[in-house]
Design a protein around this ligand. Structure first.
Ligand code: NAD
Ligand code: IPM
Ligand code: MN
Length: 361
């Protein structure tokens, strides 16, 4: 099959991990007789430096033409003082909105070899396997007005949602639960926020369409605590944009590192942008030590969700698992007695396993 993929490397470690994931996609293409062509475009700080715009028009147009998009990360200290329309993060928010990518899926699955790499106790983490379904194009991130007032002495951000925006992401949560363990945890702050009260009403309405799914409501503060004290109680967690942002970084601790958490940002027709949950990690950028596994696993999600290539996705996931069980890891993973590798070296190991697996198919 022939497919075109737009690569948006972005800033910091973004280009390093996207290059790794591209090599992995190439290995899969040659093992399975596909051809992928790639077009690389600027986003974030790199695009500000080159075009004075965190999302240049040609980048946006290329994404709209592509079969799928793979993004690294944006942001860094160089642009932190910029006005908000010239911040790297604005480019990411604009592309999500412009492509209509309202559903962000963040699977949190521990690899057995990394259970000891988490700062949490083995018995707490063992058996955890959950999916965070995060609303991605509404809420506080996009509400208007958002501005300083009174000569900078006061400020307003707006948390706004329409019923339709809530319904479609809540449905995504239920649909995801139906193909997993049929348990949905809806996370809100309904004891305080009007938006959460409406959210909870909609979850209750939708629950009637999914009688097989058990539903529970958990307030976000308690959810944050339960996620690291008893994570095995969760299957699918569905929540609004900012709660999902915060909870997913927290959940990455279960996997041993933020560098392990992939994500898919989807719209209803299956079109998607795939990105690791982590950021541009300016503290380690350019050193060749970034963990590329989250981006590789995001590429696996790309194959599964956008190209319907489940076998190929599994090839990547299995190769990552094999790499870890062979004792290879990156510096962010606190594995005892393993072999610590850089970004390129661990990528080569994953490629070896892809070739080995496909030769034995
Ligand atoms: P971050 O996720 O970049 O880094 C947090 C910590 O995790 C750092 O210590 C970093 O070294 C480590 N880390 C993250 N990914 C890693 C990987 N793949 N391998 C090894 N270690 C990894 O978060 P931050 O430091 O709060 O933010 C840095 C910049 O990234 C900011 O400008 C922020 O806006 C941006 N950001 C972008 C995205 C995105 O593009 N999707 C996501 C989050 C943050
Ligand atoms: C993420 C990031 C982004 C978000 C930032 C960079 C805008 O933290 O993808 O999780 O908050 O959505
Ligand atoms: Mn985040």
């Amino acid at each position: 099959m022939h497919k075109s993929i737009v690569l948006l490397p972005g800033d910091g470690i973004g280009p390093e991990v996207v290059e790794s994931a591209k090599c992995i996609l190439d290995a899969v293409a040659s093992a399975c007789d596909h051809s992928f062509d790639y077009a690389t475009h600027a986003i974030g700080g790199a695009a500000i430096d080159q075009f004075n715009d965190p999302l240049p028009q040609e980048t946006e147009a290329a994404c709209k033409q592509a079969d799928a998009v793979l993004l690294g990360a944006v942001g860094g200290p160089k642009w932190d003082q910029n006005p908000s329309h010239l911040r790297p993060e604005k480019g990411l928010l604009r592309i999500r909105k412009s492509l209509g990518l309202y559903a962000n899926l963040r699977p949190v699955q521990g690899f057995p070899e990394l259970l000891h790499a988490s700062p949490l106790k083995y018995d707490v983490v063992n058996g955890s396997d959950l999916l965070i379904v995060r609303e991605l194009t509404g809420g506080l991130y996009f509400g208007e007005p958002s501005e300083r007032r009174d000569n900078g002495e006061s400020v307003v951000d707006t948390l706004a949602y329409t019923r339709e925006e809530m319904e479609r992401i809540i449905e995504t949560g239920f649909d995801a639960a139906m193909v997993r363990k049929k348990h949905l945890t809806s996370v809100d702050k309904a004891n305080v926020l009007e938006s959460s009260k409406m959210w909870r009403e909609i979850v209750e309405e939708k629950a009637k369409d999914y009688p097989e799914v058990t539903v529970e409501h958990v307030l976000v503060d308690a959810a944050a605590m339960k996620l690291i004290t008893n994570p095995t109680q969760f299957d699918v967690m569905v929540t609004e944009n900012m709660f999902g942002d915060i909870l997913s970084d927290e959940a990455s601790v279960l996997t041993g590192s933020l560098g392990m958490l992939p994500s898919a940002s989807l719209r209803k027709d299956g079109f998607g942008l795939y990105e690791p949950a982590h950021g541009s990690a300016p503290d380690i950028a350019g050193q060749g030590i970034a963990n590329p596994l989250a981006t590789m696993l995001s590429a696996a999600m790309l194959l599964r969700y956008s190209f319907d290539m489940d076998h190929e996705a599994q090839l990547i996931e299995q190769a990552v698992a094999n790499t870890l069980s062979a004792g290879y890891h990156t510096a962010d993973l606190h594995v005892k007695n393993g072999t610590k590798l850089g970004t390129k070296e661990i990528t080569e190991k994953v490629i070896d396993f892809i070739e080995e697996e496909s030769a034995s198919d």
